[in-house]
Design a protein around this ligand. Structure first.
Ligand code: V07
Length: 254
């Protein structure tokens, strides 16, 4: 019975054939790409070398996710807390969106990828927000996988802003407090239009959410791995999806 939901994907070089169920692919995967600095330190390199290497991994993961039928991929690129890092590191990080898009936008276009960004854009350097706006604009009609970058994102700030907007609407007499329900609040979040993530992946052995999509991850499956983000590969993604498929989601029911 279950067998016909299994498919063999072609083994790539150096990779064993994996078996995944076609039936239950997570529609939305969110990833906390952690461990870039630690990866660099282990190799005796500056932290920024880890960030650069971490950026190279993104393509592989997007392509693999797309290949197995994932529809939305959200990547935590920069948190509102990351401003506390040394200025040189922050300056380097703020160049990565442009660098990534400069290199990859043609390929993203070719692959019909739709780029989205969620986070407070006001605090970004103008060169960063310009590059990001351009990519979002140029890919807005694409109908393939949605690649959503959380950039200067913090979940409590996002929730607070949503509450503020709704309160203003109530104060202005535009709505009654009584018609605020979960859907109304969801639509005010930066993830509006995206389904909640089915699966959260965090790399590098940290077992926390770190202010990432607190509302949206309420019913998601979590998968943590000790693998550092620059070492993360297609096989790790497949393992996460495989484990996701072995878990039964109940949404609080029985
Ligand atoms: C960043 C590389 C990946 C590992 C995690 C930290 C460092 C891609 C982007 C990006 C962001 C927005 C966008 C296109 C690309 C990025 C930052 C850091 C700040 F529209 N990688 N990456 N942004 N890292």
């Amino acid at each position: 019975m279950i067998d016909r939901f299994f498919s063999q994907t072609r083994p790539k070089q150096g990779e064993d054939a994996e078996t995944i169920k076609l039936g239950r692919i997570p529609s939305h995967i969110a990833i906390i790409m952690d461990g870039n600095g630690r990866w660099a330190k282990k190799k005796g390199l500056p932290r920024v070398a880890g960030h650069r290497e971490g950026m190279k991994v993104i393509n592989r993961v997007v392509e693999k996710a797309d290949e197995i039928g994932v529809k939305y991929l959200t990547l935590y690129a920069f948190s509102t807390e990351n401003w506390k890092r040394p200025k040189t590191e922050v300056d380097f990080l703020m160049k990565l969106p442009e660098r990534f898009l400069g290199n990859e936008l043609p390929k993203l276009q070719k692959n019909n990828v739709k780029v989205r960004v969620m986070g407070d854009k006001n605090l970004l350097p103008s060169h960063t927000s310009r590059a990001v706006d351009k990519a979002v604009e140029e890919t807005k009609h694409n109908t393939g996988i949605v690649l959503n970058f959380a950039l200067n994102y913090g979940s409590r700030h996002e929730l607070m802003q949503a509450v503020r907007t709704l309160c203003e609407e109530v104060e202005a007499g535009k709505r009654s407090a009584l018609d605020i329900d979960e859907n109304v609040l969801s639509e005010r979040l930066l993830s509006s239009g995206l389904p909640d993530p089915d699966l959260l992946i965090r790399t590098s052995g940290e077992i926390r959410l770190s202010n990432f999509m607190l509302w949206q991850l309420a019913y998601s499956e979590f998968w943590f791995t000790d693998v550092l983000w620059p070492d993360f590969g297609e096989d790790d993604l497949m393992e996460a999806v495989h484990i996701y498929q072995t878990r039964k989601r109940r949404y609080g029911g029985v």
